[in-house]
Design a protein around this ligand. Sequence first.
Ligand code: 7TS
Length: 420
Amino acid sequence: MTNTTKDFTADTRASHFDVEKIRKDFPILQQEVHGKPLIYLDNAATSQTPTVVVDALRKYYFEYNSNVHRGVHRLSQIATDAYEGTRKKIQHFLNAKSNEEIIFTKGTTDGINLIAASFGRGLIKQGDEIVISAMEHHSNIVPWQMMCEERGAKLRIIPINDNGEIIFEAYEGLLNERTKLVSIVHTSNSLGTVNPLREIIDLAHSKGVPVLVDGAQAVPHTHVDVQALDCDFFVFSSHKVFGPTGIGVLYGKKEWLQKLPPYQGGGDMILNVTFESTKFNDLPYKFEAGTPNIADVIGLGVAIDYIQKVGYSAISAYENELIRYAVQRLSEIEGLRFIGQAKKRAGAVSFVLENVHPHDIGTILDREGVAVRTGHHCTQPVMQRFKVPATTRASFAFYNTKEEIDALIKALYKVIEMFS
Ligand code: 7TS
């Protein structure tokens, strides 16, 4: 590992998590907003970036900016080694069997679109069915809708209960001989629900159905082992795991990626081109047409190093304590209703306040320096399910503190006072 942060992994007790030391790695957190210290609780939308990642981007542009896979010259070789080195790093990070199973994308949305388009074109016929859940982000709904419309296929939805958990028996009832794929979120961005993925995947596999997992909100908080999960596809975004924007990862089992047709055509994804026909490149390049986002891939690699230095066991212990504390403090507020109370949860807490529109809450909190997200969080069907127009969502990362949660609560009391 290449960065210089202290290894916190050995100390997994949340109370000994050296959050002040970690916060020093994130210069953006040191600022004031509207004359108040910034309290950044919008990590589910995008997380902040440590200095080591920005340094890696700077180093790339200042020292070896060059295209990959094509130049024999020195700079191109360094860039190719760094780019492909990150692919190997991510293979180990996700415990994939092979680095051919790691495809670089623009992000979670791009990864899902890739599979929807490619799966649709290659394997979906009229009457086939795709199963998703009622808690999906729009990016795990719309690409399937578009593909289903194009292919004459049907989208089936697993319902959720009042706690925001999927109803497993209903899921079981949806699987049949027409089901071609299940695409499901690991951790919900608007409810905080962590889904029972092993059970979901095992059941789908028992009927011969592959599963795509939207891991956008999982990877920031928990270690993901794609072989242990046995998922067929897994996607996540760099900008939610302390890396640069505009880059993401698609993991796919080799046998599936070999079977699927390419998503886009262009340079790098070919072995040989004539006007009559084209021979596609081997994995993973078959799915990476054109010059990739080289700098940000390298930046993502450094972000992964950073997370691993902090250590997932320490992150989970610390964040669980933060979430417990947030839920306890928020539940003391009269007129506050949680949207999403799953037994297993991570990352985000969503709520509504009686008689106050979430957008007003967001604006007033902003004046207090507290950044939360208000709205439908790109999960409009979740809002429809809970009959609310929008929610206020506080979402956490390992650099947040209990003092910041206290500041959120204080600001919420200010909101209540203004509207009473
Ligand atoms: N899936 C989930 C579960 C997400 O939370 C998001 C982004 C996406 C997919 C799409 O990721 P992207 O990186 O391709 O945009 N979620 C949010 C959010 O909660 N607030 O802003 C973006």
